[in-house]
Design a protein around this ligand. Structure first.
Ligand SMILES: Cc1cc2nc3c(=O)[nH]c(=O)nc-3n(C[C@H](O)[C@H](O)[C@H](O)COP(=O)(O)O)c2cc1C
Length: 183
């Protein structure tokens, strides 16, 4: 699939998945695309755990409340280590961990799409007061300095993709100076 085709075909999928395993090489290909993303000062603050063991995946998905992607045959867990990238001229430490993992996640979502799978960036409830991410990390023996921030289910979709409404180009982008129509 062409890159631009994957960009425009990618959408968040929240339906059921086929009961069909994701080959390890596909999972690895998706994870390698995530690790290929840029990172601030090349600090490479994003870490990934692929899960294709059904029993383990079930344990992890059981932690999710509200339930999500319950039928996914595989998932990629995204972790960050919030390292300082550099200290600016005012002595303020700058951390780009969020930007780093966002870039990695988008690369993975595009590769998921290009390989004919579906996924969804699931971050809500993972890092908030529910601490579902921390409980998943404990189940996976993740050291304390790594924060589990997102789960990406991976699988063959059974349902149609529901397309969200996106604003018109002119409401969010323009050329040569601000001429955006506010919404
Ligand atoms: C930072 C971030 C967190 C998100 N968290 C969730 C989530 O917890 N659950 C969910 O169903 N979708 C989540 N999404 C997906 C968005 O809801 C989705 O991208 C948006 O509605 C636009 O739809 P699209 O992805 O199909 O273009 C998240 C997306 C981002 C970028």
């Amino acid at each position: 699939m062409e890159l631009t085709e994957a960009i425009f075909q990618r959408h968040s999928y929240r339906g059921a998945y086929a009961d069909r395993p994701v080959p390890r090489e596909h999972l690895r290909q998706i994870m390698e695309a995530g690790l290929a993303a840029p990172s601030g000062c090349n600090k490479q603050t994003t870490f990934l755990i692929g899960v294709d063991d059904r029993a383990l995946l079930r344990d992890l998905l059981d932690i999710m409340d509200p339930p999500a992607c319950a039928t996914a045959p595989a998932a990629i867990l995204v972790l960050t280590r919030r390292r300082i990238a550099y200290t600016d001229g005012n002595g303020v430490p700058r951390c780009y961990a969020v930007q780093d993992y966002a870039a990695a996640i988008e690369n993975m979502l595009l590769t998921v799409t290009a390989l004919g799978y579906a996924s969804c960036w699931i971050e809500g409830h993972i890092t908030d007061a529910d601490e579902q991410g921390r409980r998943m990390a404990e189940r996976l023996n993740v050291p304390a300095e790594y924060e589990l921030i997102c789960i990406l289910p991976v699988g063959v979709p059974l349902d149609d993709m529901k397309l969200p409404r996106k604003r018109d180009f002119s409401q969010r982008a323009c050329f040569n100076g601000w001429s955006i129509t506010p919404f």
